[in-house]
Design a protein around this ligand. Structure first.
Ligand code: NAD
Ligand code: MG
Length: 300
């Protein structure tokens, strides 16, 4: 019998997905998936679910694109209803994800707004819980990354926006979610390899990513008293709109992921299994941990 190769077929992982050089492709932030070349793989065609999140209710910030989109597709295919939060400029990306969730016969909720504002963080959580009929998976994944070559070039405004988006919103959103989360619920934060190996041009970003690790570990200690787990995923280079929309200089985008063990960046779908595991009851003894998916650089 001839079987088509897919994500589950054993193969050399270095050759499994596109390698640099990539074309130069600057675009304004927050960045849209449809403008990327090559188009990232979020599992649209390739992620197969096995019912590991049947009936669960997930909110994913930054669920329109990149890693958050890969988690949204995987969660829906594992049987969860999914709410995604994103910026109004990202409506085109969000529409695609809504359709993908609905195609699995799951409920989808779209929440567009700016998480730099505390009031919106509160409202988006309440609207997610109302729209889904509860909330038991919270993925705080939205992030701002804008490189600045020197300390002098990093303005107070930049610094403030990065702190608000990556750290304050994590605090506001987890706080707002508390009354909704039942025992067995799971909180997952997206940090980065930058928490452990910071790049010189990402001072503010790397600082927030280290903060996300510390915050989530501390939170995990509190939440387990209620039977709720909290964990962190620390990705390395992932082929998403974050990078060509000011996350990296264009020459770095051209060679993105070249220095990983795989000679290429991850595709978002390669992160999905970790988000599924941490959300699911299969992670019943996993709390306060950091899962590296760094491509070899490690989290120590
Ligand atoms: P992405 O651009 O696809 O996702 C980031 C999302 O954050 C955006 O889609 C947007 O919806 C959301 N966002 C940003 N600012 C916002 C705001 N003010 N209000 C509401 N939403 C806002 O890129 P991604 O790479 O999938 O990023 C997801 C997470 O992964 C981020 O936290 C990022 O820091 C982290 N990460 C990415 C990489 C990488 O190489 N791509 C590596 C390590 C960590
Ligand atoms: Mg996006």
């Amino acid at each position: 019998m001839h079987v088509m190769a897919d994500r589950l077929t054993m193969q050399d992982p270095r050759a499994q997905y596109p390698s640099p050089p990539f074309p130069r492709q600057p675009q304004p932030r927050p960045g849209l998936t449809g403008k990327m070349d090559p188009i990232p793989d979020h599992g649209e065609q390739s992620y197969r679910g096995t019912g590991r999140l049947l009936g669960r209710k997930a909110l994913i910030t930054g669920g329109d694109s990149g890693i958050g989109r890969a988690a949204a597709i995987a969660y829906a295919r594992e049987g969860a209803d999914v709410a995604i939060a994103y910026l109004p400029e990202e409506d085109a990306d969000a529409k695609e994800v809504m359709a993908l969730i609905q195609a699995e016969g799951r409920r989808a909720v779209a929440l567009s707004g700016d998480i730099q504002h505390e009031a919106w963080c509160q409202e988006l959580v309440d609207r997610a819980a109302a729209g889904l009929g509860g909330l038991d998976i919270l993925v705080v994944n939205a992030g701002r990354q804008q490189f600045r070559e020197t300390l002098e070039a990093l303005s107070s405004e930049d610094f403030d926006r990065t702190m608000k988006t990556n750290l304050y919103a994590l605090y506001w959103i987890t706080q707002a979610a508390m009354p909704h989360l039942p025992p067995g619920a799971s909180v997952i934060a997206t940090a980065s390899v930058q928490a452990y190996h910071p790049s010189e041009n990402l001072l503010d970003y790397a600082t927030t990513k280290a903060g996300i690790v510390a915050y989530t570990k501390a939170l995990a200690g509190q939440l387990i008293e209620k039977g709720i787990r909290a964990n962190v995923v620390a990705p390395g280079p992932v082929w998403t709109a974050l990078q060509p929309s000011g996350g990296q200089p264009e020459d770095k985008v051209e060679n993105f992921g070249k220095n990983s063990d795989f000679g290429r960046p991850a595709q978002p779908v390669e992160l999905a299994p970790v988000y599924v595991l941490l959300a699911s009851q299969e992670a019943s003894f996993i709390n306060g941990e950091v899962y590296g998916v760094t491509g070899g650089k490690g989290i120590a």
